[in-house]
Design a protein around this ligand. Structure first.
Ligand code: IMP
Length: 429
């Protein structure tokens, strides 16, 4: 029996959705444990593209999907997603989607504050997705959040919204010069959401633990990536939750002993959306080529992603922070056709070579990537089904990643389709 956490090793957008969708076949539950609709998981099945922001990627495989207590949920977005999947023939019924009663809600003022703050910060902004994620987690930490269980109780919900809006409207109007909000409008809107979502709401800690005890396999699906973690990422250019594998336990109400394997998803190169340090970023034609060939646009905001060479300093950081037991490499086909490939192995900083990822943004800003150069390949790798059939230069690239990270590669994705994947080892077998 295996219960696996899947996390991004870089700055998000590593292609976790495809791997979760692929492995979902072998599990009974797929659980989201942090983040919110700042995430965007793209999957391609039968030539059709699906993007989920909140509903775990296992939904396409007909698996039971769970939104954990650690997730912040915009109920409007969740309902839109349920409806959109329904229109495409995927019924998201209460037995297919469970939402934790303790999950916090993203409220209209969270979105308003997120956007207005970024506007006010101007040049100094974080480049958030504008979905209200930070302000919602902020209210959770200051004990002013509203949870699903509160939304289901009309009296409590009314009292909380009215009290909170007093302060939020003052802040919106007087500090952020943004529009204020009407409590009655929010109460009515959220009562309609509550009615529709109530059948999905439950204690997911009990649900997941019972499933594990009866022998079911669980996949915990991380959102964003290791270097967007609020503690261990490139703070303050991070998201507002812990994105690391350890948080699967807190964000879903399971103990650490329940986890048997931790898979890190590695894009064959590096991308970042939003602002913040990125030592191996490319500012030349190669960067543009990767951006275009990899269709590197944010699936949530549509912003162009910054692109660069694979950075094994950050990968080693991810291996340690998450306790990764295996890797999945994605978008390897995007590198096809490049004459040579660079892998960043360390950072040059004031005459020294740093092997570990520095915490100071000032130090990071001065770091120059140290590269090792490997030959590229021109063969079309998309149709290849076995690792042994990959061209020699592809094998060398992958072997070097395994050596530099001291972690085995279990899965290699060679094109967006679900079946364009080489499974070296299935973690569920
Ligand atoms: P927030 O999560 O919307 O507060 O945004 C904070 C930072 O995290 C910004 O740089 C975002 O671009 C980035 N971010 C948030 N979610 C994702 C994601 O799913 N993929 C990549 N970057 C993300």
């Amino acid at each position: 029996m295996a219960n696996i956490v899947i996390v991004g090793t870089q700055w998000g957008d590593e292609g976790k959705g495809k791997i979760v969708d692929l492995l979902a076949e072998h599990v009974d539950l797929v659980v989201r444990f942090q983040g919110g609709n700042n995430a965007g998981h793209t999957m391609v099945v039968g030539g059709e593209q699906f993007i989920c922001h909140l509903i775990p990627s296992g939904i396409l495989q007909g698996k039971t999907c769970v939104i954990g207590n650690g997730v912040v949920v915009d109920p409007q977005v969740l309902l839109e997603e349920i409806d959109a999947l329904g229109h495409r023939g995927i019924a998201v019924t209460p037995d297919k989607l469970k939402i934790c009663e303790k999950a916090h809600l993203i409220m209209p003022y969270h979105k308003q504050i997120d956007l207005a703050r970024e506007r006010k910060k101007g040049e100094g902004k974080i480049g958030t997705t504008g979905r209200g994620i930070g302000p919602a987690y902020e209210d959770k930490a200051t004990r002013r959040g509203i949870r699903f269980v509160d939304m289901l109780d009309q009296e409590i919900f009314r009292e909380k919204v009215t009290t909170l809006l007093d302060e939020k409207n003052f802040y919106l109007k007087n500090y952020l010069a943004a529009e204020t909000l009407d409590p009655e409008e929010i109460i009515n809107q959220y009562q309609a959401y509550a009615q529709r979502l109530a059948p999905h709401v439950t204690n997911i800690s009990i649900f997941i633990n019972q499933a594990i005890q009866s022998g079911h396999q669980v996949m915990f699906e991380g959102a964003q990536g290791t270097h967007l973690d609020i503690d261990h990422g490139t703070y303050p250019y991070v998201t507002s939750s812990n994105t690391l594998a350890g948080n699967a336990c807190c964000g879903a109400g399971v103990g650490p002993k329940a986890i048997t394997e931790v898979m890190g998803i590695v894009k064959a190169y590096t991308t970042r959306v939003g602002l913040g340090p990125f030592p191996s970023e490319l500012f030349d034609a190669t960067g543009d080529r990767i951006q275009q060939k990899g269709a590197e646009f944010g699936s949530t905001t549509g912003r162009k992603r910054r692109c660069g060479w694979l950075d094994t300093v950050i990968l080693r950081n991810a291996v340690r922070l998450n306790g990764l037991t295996c890797l999945a490499i994605t978008k390897l086909d995007v590198l096809t056709g490049l004459e040579s490939l660079n892998i960043c192995t360390g950072y040059a900083y004031r005459g020294q070579i740093l092997q570990d990822f520095p915490a100071s943004l000032k130090v990071l800003a001065e770091c120059q990537p140290v590269y090792e150069t490997l030959p590229g390949w021109s063969e079309d790798i998309a149709p290849i089904k076995k690792a042994g059939d990959l061209p020699p230069n592809v094998k060398s690239y992958l072997n070097r990643i395994e050596e530099l990270t001291a972690t085995p590669i279990y899965i290699i994705s060679v094109s967006p389709e679900r079946d364009a994947t080489i499974v070296v080892k299935n973690p569920f077998r």
